[in-house]
Design a binder for this molecule. Structure first.
Ligand code: ZN
Length: 211
């Protein structure tokens, strides 16, 4: 029932995009994001070019991005929210001028949606954590998936493998890391927690006399 209401609300909110749904298809997975910021907050945090690509769905010019020819080992994170998106192990030279991957780092790290903004329908790829526009996915990629995730460098932030602690180093700094993680968890704001309004000022309903 809860999902039914959400679905109905989405159809209402999305308006025109809902007409593209095939009959019997559920509403598009416009899932609530873990990281939600206003356009003003995003524009402050990002460079103008990063903002245009990730929040306004622009595409960087081919071969203009800094990761097109990056062959270093490591993990590509979302430039907006730092979520892990792609591993260097799945990057390949597509010859398109954009960093290309044949698989995201995890199935739930990305979200996708049909994109009808051009004559040829495409499938848009977004960061599942914050909704950032990343690029598009095509079905002309290499094995084993046959997919080509065509991603803007501007929406990515590469962390070389050397920066990732080796198991040995991890063991040494384990306690420090877990402490840091714990304090991070503790200070994490909880958007769902609402401060209850003070009751004191509210007029109290008239007391009924006992029968
Ligand atoms: Zn993100």
């Amino acid at each position: 029932m809860k999902y039914g209401i959400i679905g109905l609300t989405l159809v209402f909110v999305l308006g025109s995009s809902a007409v593209f749904l095939a009959e019997g298809e559920p509403a598009p997975p416009q899932r609530p994001r873990n990281v939600v910021k206003t356009e003003r907050e995003w524009s402050k945090q990002l460079s103008p070019a990063q903002y245009l690509v990730t929040r306004q769905k622009h595409t960087e010019p081919a071969y203009s991005g800094k990761y097109v020819h990056n062959k270093a080992k490591g993990v590509y994170h979302c430039v907006c929210c730092e979520a892990e998106l792609f591993s260097s192990g799945t990057k390949f030279e597509s010859g398109t001028g954009w960093p290309s991957f044949w698989r995201p780092i995890a199935a739930d790290s990305i979200d996708n949606e049909p994109d009808y903004s051009m004559a040829e329908p495409r499938v848009e790829v977004m960061c599942n954590n914050c909704g950032a526009h990343l690029g598009h996915v095509f079905s002309d990629g290499p094995p084993p998936t046959g997919l080509r995730f065509c991603i803007n460098s501007l929406s990515l932030k590469f962390a070389p493998e050397a920066q990732t602690a080796s198991p040995k180093a991890k063991a040494k700094t384990g306690s420090a890391l877990s402490k840091a993680k714990a304090s991070k968890e503790a200070t994490k704001p909880k958007p769902d927690t609402k401060t209850p309004a003070p009751e004191g000022d509210k007029p109290k309903p008239e007391a009924k006399s006992p029968k």
